[in-house]
Design a protein around this ligand. Structure first.
Ligand code: SF4
Length: 229
């Protein structure tokens, strides 16, 4: 069976929008500023983007605040480029438009409830699938309520996350709400590499664990075992 190329599928959709001369409204679920950096640089050329920051998986309120503030700072940087006209110069055929942000509820109990029974799974396993389902279901609800044309997520930029699982979960969540999920694999076409460059360029806070307390504990163990070696 041929493996799906989600990055190519997104490119094909974008080509169609370009031919039709439309800039659809997109709700982009975002996990953090470093992952958003490339996704926003790419998507804002073709969509009217609103970021949805919904991440009840984040381990503590302090860490949550750091990540959401960094997301807002990144968006302000991109919007400043629009105000100054430099975005138009960088992307001559793109319409200059600003990025909006919506913030979801930060209620960690929702995350712990969603991953109940899967706490001990390794990163990338069933616990992560439950975590994606929670975050993308809420995103789909918001996309429907606010009448967005499409939704997708920055999560596919991570080399540690399975694009097949994310696209499947995203499509299912969107389908239940009657919303269209845009296929994506943002790590492709040097997307992940570009996110590192942009994070350095904007001096973004780049955490060394995915988000939840389990991923933080796993990262600590990995660091300790490296120290012992
Ligand atoms: S490792 Fe990341 S994706 Fe997996 S459950 Fe934790 S926060 Fe969610």
């Amino acid at each position: 069976m041929n493996k799906r190329n989600y990055a190519k599928e997104l490119e094909n959709r974008i080509e169609e929008f370009q031919k039709e001369g439309v800039y659809p409204r997109l709700l982009l679920h975002a996990c953090c500023a470093p992952c958003s950096s490339y996704c926003l640089e790419y998507l804002r050329q073709y969509f009217d983007v609103t970021v949805f920051f919904y991440n009840p998986n984040i381990t503590s309120e302090g860490e949550y605040k750091k990540r959401v503030e960094e997301e807002k700072r990144l968006i302000a940087e991109y919007n400043r480029q629009v105000e100054e006209g430099s975005f138009d110069k960088m992307n001559s055929d793109a319409k200059a438009r600003k990025i909006e942000i919506l913030e979801g509820d930060y209620r960690p109990s929702d995350f712990y409830e969603a991953v109940k029974g899967f706490e001990d799974c390794k990163e990338g396993g069933e616990r992560c699938r439950k975590c994606f389902e929670l975050r993308l279901s809420e995103s789909a609800k918001v996309a429907r309520e606010k009448g967005f044309d499409y939704m997708t997520t920055t999560l596919t930029i991570s080399p540690l996350k399975n694009a097949d699982v994310l696209n499947e979960v995203g499509q299912e969540a969107a389908g239940k709400e009657g919303v269209t999920f845009l296929p994506s694999d943002f790590k492709k076409k040097n997307g992940y590499k570009r996110s590192i460059e942009l994070s350095q360029m904007f001096g973004l806070y780049r955490q060394d664990f995915c988000g939840c307390s389990f991923s933080k504990a796993q990262r600590e163990l990995e660091k300790q075992s490296k120290d012992i070696i």
